[in-house]
Design a protein around this ligand. Structure first.
Ligand SMILES: [Zn+2]
Length: 123
């Protein structure tokens, strides 16, 4: 009996739900589904890139006689090219002091005239 009353109550509540609410719920579920799919795809790509990166590093370390310390040092240097130590390459526009065109902070020289950027350019 209690179950029947609960069911009747639920049916009433559902009847009161407007078509607009149903559409908003469906749209929200669709957005959530797409976000989950994209996150799964990105996770898969990161795992694949990590694997390939590890393979590349092991090959390079063996064949070029460089160390993990060399790798860490270079990673730190590249990280600091944008003036911020955040363990990632942050690409941002940088105006070349020589030709005044805009390059990308990921590069250590101007893409147009080859001017080497000094650290203050990024800082
Ligand atoms: Zn330039």
């Amino acid at each position: 009996m209690m179950g029947g009353l609960w069911m009747a109550g639920m049916a009433g509540a559902q009847a009161m739900q407007t078509t607009a609410q149903v559409q908003r719920d469906a749209a929200a579920r669709s957005v959530a589904y797409e976000a989950r799919s994209e996150a799964n795809e990105l996770r898969h790509q990161v795992e694949r890139l990590s694997l390939l990166n590890q393979a590349l590093w092991e090959l390079i370390r063996e064949r070029l006689n460089v160390t993990d310390t060399d790798l860490e040092k270079r990673a730190m240097e590249i990280d600091m090219r944008d003036g911020i130590q955040d363990n990632k390459i942050s690409a941002r526009p940088v105006r070349c002091p020589t030709c005044h065109r805009i390059s990308n902070s990921k590069h250590f020289r101007c893409l147009y005239c080859g001017q080497l950027f000094e650290k203050p350019v990024f800082g």
